[in-house]
Ligand binder design. Structure first.
Ligand SMILES: C[S@@+](CC[C@H](N)C(=O)[O-])C[C@H]1O[C@@H](n2cnc3c(N)ncnc32)[C@H](O)[C@@H]1O
Length: 309
């Protein structure tokens, strides 16, 4: 990401009041005076600063983006908290120890689908290098899915297949292999949301394959699966990006099925594989309904040899 995009990304998160209010409440409920805290993926430093304000004696802010570390140092100084924030410019998974035992791990490495910034992997690594189990924010994360009909997806597939009388169908066909982050609204849901995974960062790890099914099946043609998360940051402090909840900066992850699967009898089954390629999420998914299958896989679009695992 360019520095301009880094700044826009962090400003967007800082301006998400739903997110900020929930993290402030969870930090105030969890951090005790004198605690040592690690803020994993500290970015602008906002979570570390809230921990310091809640009484933490030392906060290790771990961030791999040196440009953001530099900006966060300035923010810490502007708030008179430089003496309590210590910046470690490193990928979290490359840390072999913290400068002191940590009481609280806090992180917002949550993508639109909860697991897609690697929060479970990052907490597991930190717990493995700490002498005792820390308190964790978030305390738990659920990943949920629902079959949806997203009208703009059909329209885009139709409009891009033929453009000004030219045949672009070979490009338009790729839409069924391209995950997108889009705003899903409650009326797009064709069946209730179902759990794909639930676990506690620092304790659990999601399996490589997440599955669920809808029986009775959805009530209409399905052209995508929507995925979102619901977390308990601490006891009684929820945060999520479900379509029924308040708007957040995350929107939702949309895995397209194009062309749409028309209604069939029998259950609709979903399998997803949240793969990570070069640390970025690369979802693969399969939907089976009434003997028909759609398999979305961005890897199909790569030139041979271009994928780095
Ligand atoms: C979603 S942002 C959250 C930033 C900040 N904590 C906040 O709440 O506004 C995630 C941050 O984690 C950093 N990050 C992601 N994976 C990381 C890793 N493996 N090691 C270190 N930093 C990481 C990113 O560069 C980014 O700044």
């Amino acid at each position: 990401m360019s520095h301009e995009n880094d700044l826009l990304f962090h400003l967007r998160m800082l301006s998400d009041e739903v997110r900020m209010r929930a993290y402030r409440a969870a930090i105030e409920a969890t951090v005790r005076p004198g605690d040592v805290v690690a803020d994993l993926g500290s970015g602008s430093g906002v979570l570390g600063l809230l921990c310091a304000r809640a009484g933490a004696a030392r906060v290790f802010c771990v961030e791999k983006n040196a440009f953001m570390v530099d900006r966060a140092r300035r923010v810490a100084a502007d708030n008179g908290l430089s003496d309590r924030l210590e910046f470690l410019t490193s990928p979290i998974e490359e840390l072999t120890a913290f400068p002191a035992p940590v009481d609280v791990l806090v992180s917002e490495t949550l993508g639109p689908a909860g697991v897609d910034e690697g929060i479970f992997r990052l907490f597991a690594h930190c717990v493995s290098i700490l002498p005792r189990r820390p308190r964790c924010i978030p305390a738990s994360v659920r990943v949920l899915a629902a079959p949806i009909h997203y009208p703009a997806l059909d329209a885009r597939a139709r409009r891009t297949a033929r453009v000004e009388g030219l045949d672009f169908s070979s490009l338009a066909d790729s839409l069924g292999d391209l995950p997108q982050v889009l705003p899903v609204t409650p009326e797009m849901l064709l069946a209730p949301e179902r759990d794909l995974f639930r676990g506690a960062p620092g304790v659990d790890r999601p399996p490589g394959e997440l599955t669920t099914r809808w029986d009775p099946p959805p009530a209409g043609a399905v052209n995508a699966v929507g995925i979102w998360f619901r977390a308990d940051l601490s006891d009684g402090v929820p945060l999520g990006n479900g379509p029924e909840g308040p708007d957040t900066h995350w929107d939702q992850l949309v895995l397209p099925l194009l062309p749409a699967l028309a209604p069939a009898s029998g259950p609709l089954a979903l399998q997803v594989w949240p793969r990570f390629v070069a640390a970025a999420p690369r979802w693969k998914w399969r939907v089976t309904w009434g003997g028909r299958t759609h398999e979305g896989d961005p890897e199909k679009l790569d030139a041979p040899g271009s994928v780095e695992d």
